[in-house]
Design a protein around this ligand. Structure first.
Ligand code: C2E
Ligand code: MG
Ligand code: MG
Ligand code: MG
Length: 285
């Protein structure tokens, strides 16, 4: 009986699996077109300094509305981009677009906007592309300072080839750009590498912030990451801050910045600039 059941399951799942891979291939083709034709856009989510409530910067997140007008989540299209190699042109586009929008903001503001954009770079791009070269070109093209850009890398990007990571990060530092370690605590960080690398910010993964208010273990983890950052001379940003209680607790633990739906969801360029302007009049937190 058990066997029959298993066979049933296989028969049911096979066509679904085929459909899934068809869909994936379709998405890949569509995504390639969207990148080539500059139809992706960036959404900006504020990074709030918890001690002052001011906006320190924004994370720039890729957004894609496919041909049927459906917003495809990055959690769906980024893995496709990584598997197909499209992540390299996508990542180049994101860095260039971020610099372009910053230059636009300065122009609209009539003065340099005191905020940076933090752009995600995939491990694959780090290996296959000249990330520092891409950043340098974007800065030159749009005539903005390197301190306006931060690059977010995950632990896997660094663990894969620590010597390469060190050389790219050093090049980025030479451009005055900053580096953040994304989703910190979810990968396999090697403390020896962490100490060697010029990382400015550890982004505490959302999974530790979620339920931290009533979970002592999570508080202990956040406290540990915070101490580690302090020892290494790095700042911390908590991801996924959704409640005032979380923000207060994070602030009390010494966490430097917060990002999450409590402050704002990722927004289009125009409302994001307006959000920054408003924050000068009235601190966010
Ligand atoms: P990430 O870099 O860790 O970005 C943070 C994600 O958390 C974003 O999801 C953001 O919308 C979401 N988020 C922010 N605050 C909250 C909150 O309070 N609660 C919850 N539940 N979620 C929150 P998003 O935009 O869907 O992006 C997902 C992931 O896709 C990113 O995670 C990043 O790894 C990747 N990604 C997005 N854009 C790019 C890109 O341009 N290049 C690369 N390589 N990866 C990207
Ligand atoms: Mg990120
Ligand atoms: Mg993250
Ligand atoms: Mg995360």
């Amino acid at each position: 009986l058990k066997r029959a059941k298993q066979t049933d399951r296989i028969e049911i799942y096979e066509p679904e699996a085929a459909m899934l891979s068809d869909n994936r291939f379709g998405l890949e083709t569509e995504l390639r077109g969207a990148i080539e034709e500059d139809r992706l856009h960036l959404a900006f989510q504020p990074l709030i300094e918890l001690s002052s409530g001011r906006v320190a910067g924004f994370e720039a997140l890729a957004r894609w509305d496919n041909s049927s007008g459906h917003a495809v989540s990055p959690t769906e299209f980024i893995p496709i981009a990584e598997d197909s190699g499209l992540i390299v042109p996508l990542g180049q586009w994101a860095i260039g677009k971020a610099a372009e929008v910053l230059a636009e903001w300065d122009k609209q503001n009539g003065a340099v906007v005191d905020a940076y954009f933090s752009v995600n770079v995939s491990a694959i791009q780090l290996v296959r592309d000249d990330v520092a070269g891409v950043v340098r070109q974007a800065l030159e093209k749009h005539k903005i300072g390197g301190e306006r850009l931060m690059i977010e890398l995950t632990e896997s990007a660094i663990i894969g080839d620590p010597d390469l990571a060190l050389s790219v990060l050093s090049e980025l530092k030479a451009l005055d750009a900053r580096v953040a370690m994304d989703d910190f605590g979810t990968g396999y960080s090697n403390l020896a590498y962490l100490q060697r690398l010029p990382i400015d910010v550890l982004k505490i993964d959302r999974s530790f912030v979620e339920h931290m208010v009533d979970d002592r273990d999570k508080v202990a983890i956040v406290r540990t990451i915070q101490s580690l950052a302090e020892v290494l001379g790095m700042k911390t940003t908590a991801e996924g801050v959704e409640t005032t209680d979380q923000a207060r607790l994070l602030s009390a633990l010494g966490c430097d910045f917060g990002q999450g739906f409590l402050f704002a969801r990722p927004m289009a360029s125009k409302p994001a600039l307006e959000y920054w302007r408003q924050s000068l009049v009235r601190p966010i937190f």
